[in-house]
Every structure is written in C-alpha cells, then in structure tokens.
Design a protein around this ligand. Structure first.
Ligand code: NAD
Length: 295
C-alpha cells in the first residue's frame, strides 16, 4: 500500500520503519532533513510538502508534536487536505485535545475524507518493537480499514468510539498515570525517611492494595526496578515535559466539560515546578526528587 507518513520524530520514525519493513511504500514528510535521508535509504520516498505526500497515497498517517502542528499539516495551503484524494482514509496518531481532533476531522469530511484519531501508548520502545497500543476514534468503517495497518505498528488496536474518543482515552489514562506516579513517589520517600528498606517497602506495596504500574513496573525509586528509568538516572523514558503537556490537555478538556480534576490539577502544578527547575527533560518519574534530600 502507498502510505503518506508525516511527522518522523522519536515515535513517527520507528513507526514508519515498521511499515517499510512490512512492505509498504511510504511518502515521507518532516521538517527534519536528517530523518528523511535516513528513511529514504530504507526505501521511503521523500515528499516536498504534506500536500505532496498525501497526493497519490492510499492512506495518510500523521505523528506530530501538538494540536497547532496537526492543524497546519492538515489545513495549511500545502497541507494534507489540499492534496489528498477524496475517499482516502486518514489517521492522526499525535496526542492532542479531542476538540481539535473533531474539528480537523470535520474539515476532512467536507473534502470527502474520513479522518480518525489514534493516539498511542507504549513510548519509543513500543514504537520500535511494534507493540504500541492504539486508541482509535473513528467510524466503524474507517476502523476496519485502519486496523490491519495499525497492527503492523502495534499490539493492541482498540476502537474507542467515534472521532475524538481515542484522544479522550489517552488523556484520561495519562491523567491517572501522572497522579499515580506522584502517589508512589510520596509513599516511597516517606518510607525511606521513616527508616524502612525501600526494597522491602516496594515488595509490600506491590503485593498489597497500593500496587499500580507506577509502583510495580516503573517505580520512581532508584534500584527497585532494574529496567525503570529511575535505575538509569531518569533517562530514556517518558519525559516530564510530555507528561506536562498531557496533563494540560486533560485539565483543559475538564475545564470545557465543567468537570473537576482536583488531583490532576495538583499533579500538573508539580510537573510544572519540575520543568521550571530545569528537569523537564528527565523521565517523569524523577518527580520523586522533589521528595528527597539531595545526596
Ligand atoms: P517528536 O518531537 O520527537 O517528533 C515530532 C516530529 O514532527 C518531528 O520530527 C518534527 O520535525 C515533526 N514536525 C513538526 N512540525 C511539523 C510539520 N509542520 N510538518 C512536518 N513535520 C513536523 O515527538 P514524538 O516523541 O515523536 O511524539 C509525537 C506525538 O506522540 C506527540 O503528540 C506525543 O505527545 C505523542 N507520544 C509520544 C510518546 C513518547 O514517548 N515520545 C509516547 C506516546 C505518545
């Protein structure tokens, strides 16, 4: 299949590589020439603009930083909607607000294009391994078309409902993740300060009612989980800046829905303070450092 893939960053590049490996022909576009050259060597075709990439494609996939980029890549003069053939399935995998996802999809529908949202979880490791979870907001017909292709980049492809619901699922999950990481940090630091061995404490939590992903897979205390970013200086995971972005999406969506997100708003402020200290590039589990004396 000829697929336009636009946005080839930390996530998009490994996803595109998996599609090339699966035998698809890719029309590639990004602002970063280095990644375009690298993927061209694997057999991808470099395009001059999103419009150019979309023209002649049978499917369009985008993986961009934020809502403003999605708007410009789809709606700009040189954008996807200026070049795509009516009837071409289209999916945006960026994490953005549900409102923008719906608005851009509506603009696509006006051109005869069925566009869905499919944000992912699983991080850069999942993107490279082809084990991402896709949370898909799309019509039933579009979901059926997208599923086999998304399966070449991911393991769990979940139909959440109509357009925008993929983004809703993603921001609700990350709202909870941001909060739970702070809860685990607080408990581990308190236990340490009160004098219990942190390995023993983690073992108790992970076989008791406090257990969660932030404690048993991604524990923020160094040395508890060998494969967690905490055990390698909080590098190579999910950056606090990205968590801050997702909490911003959740609190803004909550504001629009007149829904309280009290813990989420507090969590957002804690990651904001972490970012201000210059630690936004660290893995988000480094939030625990705010609870510890410096060694
Ligand atoms: P990234 O910043 O590494 O990559 C974004 C890419 O988009 C860059 O290569 C950039 O050059 C390109 N780009 C920006 N504006 C463009 C434009 N106008 N036209 C074409 N290309 C443009 O970001 P990422 O880490 O790959 O994340 C992408 C999305 O996935 C984000 O919405 C993020 O929140 C989400 N996400 C990231 C992770 C993660 O662990 N990195 C996990 C899940 C979801």
């Amino acid at each position: 299949m000829r697929i336009a893939f636009i946005g080839l960053g930390n996530m998009g590049a490994p996803m595109a590589r998996n599609l090339i490996k699966a035998g698809h022909q890719l029309n590639l576009f990004d602002l970063n020439q280095a990644v375009l050259s690298e993927l061209a060597q694997l057999g991808g075709q470099v395009s001059a603009s999103p419009k150019d990439a979309a023209a002649g494609s049978e499917l369009v996939i985008t993986m961009l930083p934020a809502a403003a980029h999605v708007r410009s890549v789809y709606l700009g003069d040189d954008g996807v909607l200026a070049g795509v053939r009516p009837g071409t399935p289209t999916v945006d995998c960026s994490t953005i607000d549900p409102q923008t996802a719906r608005e851009v999809s509506k603009a696509a529908a006006a051109k005869g294009v069925d566009m869905g949202d499919a944000p992912v979880s699983g991080g850069t490791g999942g993107a490279a391994a082809g084990t991402l979870t896709f949370m898909v907001g799309a019509s039933a017909e579009l979901f059926a078309t997208l599923k086999p292709v998304l399966e070449q980049m991911g393991r769990n492809i979940v139909h959440c409902g109509e357009v925008g619901t993929g983004q809703i699922a993603k921001i609700c999950n990350n709202l909870l993740l941001g909060i739970s990481m702070i809860g685990v940090s607080e408990a581990m630091a308190l236990g340490n300060a009160l004098g219990i061995d942190t390995q023993v404490l983690a073992g108790i939590i992970n076989s008791s009612t406090g257990r969660c992903w932030s404690s048993d897979t991604y524990n923020p205390w160094p040395g508890i989980i060998e494969t967690a970013p905490a055990s390698r200086g909080y590098t190579g995971g999910f950056g606090a800046e990205l968590m801050l972005k997702d909490l911003g999406l959740a609190t803004e969506a909550a504001r629009q829905a007149h829904q309280p997100v009290i813990m989420g708003a507090l969590a957002q402020q804690l990651y904001q303070a972490m970012s201000l200290r210059g630690d936004g590039g660290k893995d988000f589990s480094a939030i625990v450092e705010g609870y510890r004396k410096k060694d």
